[in-house]
Structure formats: C-alpha cells, structure tokens
Design a protein around this ligand. Structure first.
Ligand code: G3H
Ligand code: 13P
Ligand code: ZN
Length: 331
C-alpha cells in the first residue's frame, strides 16, 4: 500500500532549506535505528525548536525492519504534536544506493531521499539521480544527490581517501539531475576516525586540531550554483568527553577525531543547509551505557541504561542545535 508523507505529518526539505539558507544556519539530520534514538531526536529538536530531518540508512532499515521503522517514524510525529512541538519534521533516506530503494521509501511515506551515485562514473551518477528525481517529483518528495567521495564507511562501501568534489561539475550535475540539494566532499568523512593523529597539530592546551575543511572548494561551489542547498555528511565532532568516558569504562576507541564545532558553525553560515550527524549519537549512548554497566554491574533492566543514554543524547542534540548548527529557535 502506498502512503504519502503528507498524510503522516512530514514535510519535504524545500522550505526548510530555503529558510536555513536565508538565515545562515543548517538543518540537523540525525540518524536513527531504534526507539530511544528517535525519542531523543524528536524531543531534542522539539525542545530546542529546531527543524529536523530524521534519517534512515538502508542498514537501519534492515536492522529495525522497514515496516516497523515507518510506524516508529509516524509515531514520532504524533508524539511531537502531542508535546506541542511546532517544528517541521522530514523523513529522509540516507545514502540510498538504488532506484528501487528510493521508490520503496517514497511509497512508504518518506518525504526526502538521497540517491548516492557518487561512486559511479559521472554520467551514470547523473542518469541514476535523474531517474530518482523524475519519480520523486510525482509525489513532491525532495532528492539529495552526491558528487565527490568521502573517506570512510557508508554501508558496504569503503573509501580509503576522500575525493573532493570538483566544482567544475556541480552546475552541470544540478541542472541535468534536478536535485534539490547536493552532498559534497570537502574533507569530512564518516565514522569516529576522521583524521589520523599525524595529520593534526596540537594547540596550546595540547589538544589535537585536525586540518581545516576545504572551505575554498565550498566557496567555489557556492559561486557556481548560488543559492543552492549544500549538504555535509560525516559531520560528527566525535566529542572527546564521550570518547573518554567510553575508554575509561572498558572501551577501546584510540585516536578518535572528528570535525571541530567551529568549522561546522562556519559551514552552517554558508550554503550548507543540512548537516548529517550519526556517530556522535552512537558515542553518547555507548558512553552512558558503558558507564552504567561499569558502575552498576547488577543492573539488567534495559530501561535503566537505555533511558539515561536517551536523556544524554537529547541533551547533546539540544546543545548541537543551539551552538553548532544554529538551528534552535527557528520555528
Ligand atoms: O553515513 C552513514 C550513516 O552513518 C549510517 O550508518 O549505514 O551504519 O546505518 P549505517
Ligand atoms: P558521521 O559518521 O560523522 O556522524 O556522519 C553521518 C552521516 O554522514 C550520515 O549520512
Ligand atoms: Zn553520510
């Protein structure tokens, strides 16, 4: 049975991005796989009065069951309205890797899809993306495409090195595909290990500072497609507070390094209208759960560790929206 996102209370991303662009902030796109993450995202963004994109990877869809996930998302909107949150919510497919997957999501109530053809030869990326746009248009679903390759892991695709987006391709890509937004590669990457310590310098406090993102490429892209919504993937900051808690409680995350908050703030003020965050949420929850397991080894009620993990994630989301993305109090 086909269901339209409008009937579920979602919105597409067009109006969100228009406002974000005009007012110099980025809409947060948080990934979820389970109920606690979704509760934290909805409450964190509702309480901070921020528009939000809740996003689902194909891995998440397989993990949680696509039918259950769709009802969870539908329930999230109902929960938000009951709590009187006024913020717009989009349901987005993250890193869609086929036309069929995008169609399946559109038909089950997603308001936005990403078709990630970035690993394909350029013309094949254009053709695949265009095919998805043509289908999505019928339902007014927004489409995100990608040019350039991020280092790290995206579902089953592993890239050892970034291939930065070529600004010379963006205008042609956007015109030929009709996408609503474009994910680019300017030095971010997926996961908790975005940089090697050897790539970093130490500041006066002895903290490792990674190399700056390629804002020159972002500026050039913005110059070539003025007013167009840009997306940054791989934008977790890998907060040391949580990495340390994990390591102090039996974890082994050596040299995990993310994107400094100031650089994300700078990006959010530019044409970057959507910032993707998954790893930070995973780290927060893991840190809290590890700490509770360590300090209270007798605990075995999942609510007693998933609940505090969820609360910590809610808090992190509120802080990120306020201090990094600038998306708080925009609704
Ligand atoms: O970009 C990838 C997201 O972090 C989703 O990760 O494929 O492990 O669900 P996943
Ligand atoms: P992080 O791994 O930096 O959180 O990036 C998530 C992402 O880009 C999801 O598409
Ligand atoms: Zn991504």
């Amino acid at each position: 049975m086909t269901v339209n996102y409008k009937d579920l209370g979602f919105v597409n991303t067009r109006e969100m991005f228009k406002k974000a662009f005009a007012d110099g902030y980025a809409v947060p796109a948080y990934n979820f796989n389970n109920m606690e993450q979704l509760q934290a995202i909805i409450n964190g963004c509702g309480k901070s009065n921020s528009p939000v994109i809740i996003q689902v990877s194909s891995g998440a869809r397989n993990y949680a069951d696509q039918t259950l996930l769709r009802y969870l998302a539908e329930g999230a909107v109902a929960m938000a309205r009951k709590a009187d949150y006024k913020n717009p919510i989009a349901l987005h497919l993250d890193h869609g890797d086929s036309y069929e997957l995008c169609v399946s999501c559109i038909e089950s109530g997603f308001s936005s899809v990403m078709i990630d053809g970035s690993h394909l030869p350029y013309d094949e990326n254009v053709a695949l993306t265009n095919k998805v746009v043509a289908y999505a248009k019928r339902y007014s679903v927004s489409v995100e495409g990608e040019l350039g390759i991020l280092a790290g892991i995206e579902d089953d695709v592993i890239a050892a090195k970034s291939i930065y987006t070529d600004p010379e391709q963006v205008e042609d890509f956007v015109n030929r595909t009709g996408v609503d937004s474009l994910a680019i590669s300017i030095g971010t990457s997926h996961g908790a290990y975005k940089f090697k310590p050897a790539q970093c310098t130490r500041n006066k406090q002895g903290v490792l500072v990674p190399p700056a993102l390629r804002f020159d490429i972002l500026d050039e892209i913005e110059r070539r497609i003025p007013g167009f919504a840009i997306v940054l993937h791989g934008s977790s900051s890998v907060l040391p507070e949580y990495v340390n808690t994990i390591n102090q409680n039996g974890g082994q995350l050596e040299a995990a390094i993310g994107i400094p908050a100031e650089q994300l703030r700078q990006a959010a003020k530019s044409a970057v209208c959507k910032i993707n965050i998954d790893s930070d949420g995973r780290l927060v929850m893991t840190a809290i759960i590890r700490k509770i397991f360590n300090e209270k080894p007798q605990e075995f009620d999942p609510r007693k560790y998933l609940g505090p993990a969820r609360d910590a994630l809610t808090k992190m989301i509120i802080e990120k929206n306020r201090l990094v993305l600038g998306s708080a109090d925009r609704c």
